[in-house]
Design a protein around this ligand. Structure first.
Ligand SMILES: C[S@@+](CC[C@H](N)C(=O)[O-])C[C@H]1O[C@@H](n2cnc3c(N)ncnc32)[C@H](O)[C@@H]1O
Length: 303
């Protein structure tokens, strides 16, 4: 229900959205009505959606792992499939936090429910807070959701795009996290070298030639730097995997999203960097996650 008498009826909004090709016109109409603060604001939101802007940009938020994340226009909209990356990272973090307890990275526990996860502070007794880094953070949704699931963590996030950094600062604030602007690990504090327990990176991984085939909502409303992963889509991820051993703690984990097709080449890159690879996939979310673990017995940070 809108907070004001609306000159636009719900059915009129549904009809306009449907004519514009919105498949879930009824749901979207209800969300727009609930979000609008004034009749003019509602009309503007409907116009923007009808013109093809992503619903999340019009609303100013996206639901991710059961949480409401701010998403500004021009910032990558967090995808449902990336919840699988967060879930895998949470399972490995729990393993790191409680080495004595068995943990299965394929644990289907609901990431939307923080209850019963890593325990208070996301840490074993006597252990410092887990250090989590979210590279290519975009809105910061993945790192913020992981922090919400784990409880207290030391969260650092990086993006090269100023609009994303501004947006991410709002989302990671609840976790007391820091967001840096710059290229991959370059802006991270040097004190994090060899201390990162979980390094997640949902970097761009669309091959350059396929960017033009993306749906218009992505192609026209998300920045190219958020989508284009180079000739085979793995340019940024190869740089992330090469840098990871420098930053991971012994036994720490790198996790990133790829397509199923890219996974074998991503695994090869992980192996080349000296990390122990692992692939997990979710048919339900059409998601593939490649992980790499720094051997616990490694002498010193490499890469
Ligand atoms: C696919 S989006 C993912 C955003 C976020 N991780 C998520 O899942 O919603 C990729 C992000 O990587 C950022 N990016 C691209 N190249 C980068 C680089 N060299 N260093 C840091 N961030 C980069 C883009 O600005 C974009 O926000």
């Amino acid at each position: 229900m809108p907070a004001f008498p609306s000159p636009l009826s719900e059915s009129a909004i549904v009809a306009r959205l449907r004519a514009a090709g919105c498949v879930f016109a009824e749901d979207e109409a209800r969300l727009l009505l609930a979000e609008a603060r004034t009749p003019a604001g509602l009309a503007d939101m409907v116009d923007r959606r009808v013109a093809g802007q992503p619903l999340e940009h019009v609303l100013g938020w996206a639901e991710f792992c059961g949480l409401r994340m701010a998403v500004d226009p021009g910032v990558f909209v967090p995808r449902r499939r990336t919840e699988f990356l967060v879930r895998q990272a949470a399972a490995l973090a729990r393993q790191a936090a409680a080495p004595a307890g068995p943990a299965d990275p394929a644990d289907p526990a609901d990431p939307a429910d923080p209850a019963g996860r890593a325990g208070p502070g996301g840490q074993a007794p006597g252990r410092a807070r887990l250090v989590v880094v979210d590279l290519c953070c975009g809105s910061g949704a993945a790192g913020a959701a992981l922090a919400a699931i784990l409880g207290q963590v030391e969260l650092h996030a990086v993006d090269i795009d100023r609009a994303a950094v501004r947006c991410a600062r709002r989302n990671v604030a609840a976790a007391g996290g820091q967001v840096y602007e710059g290229d991959l690990c370059a802006p991270l504090p040097a004190t994090l070298r060899g201390r990162v327990d979980i390094l997640i990176a949902n970097a761009p991984y669309v091959p350059t030639e396929e960017v033009g085939m993306l749906p218009p909502e992505a192609r026209l409303h998300e920045p190219r730097v958020a989508l284009d992963g180079g000739a085979d889509g793995l340019d940024i991820l190869r740089r992330v995997t090469a840098a990871a051993p420098t930053w991971l703690a012994p036994g720490g984990h790198l996790l990133f999203e790829t397509s199923e097709r890219q996974a074998p080449r991503a695994v090869a890159a992980v192996t080349r960097s000296g990390l122990i690879p692992h692939v997990a996939s979710s048919g339900q979310l059409n998601a593939t996650v490649v992980a790499g673990t720094r051997p616990a017995a490694a002498g010193g940070p490499g890469g």
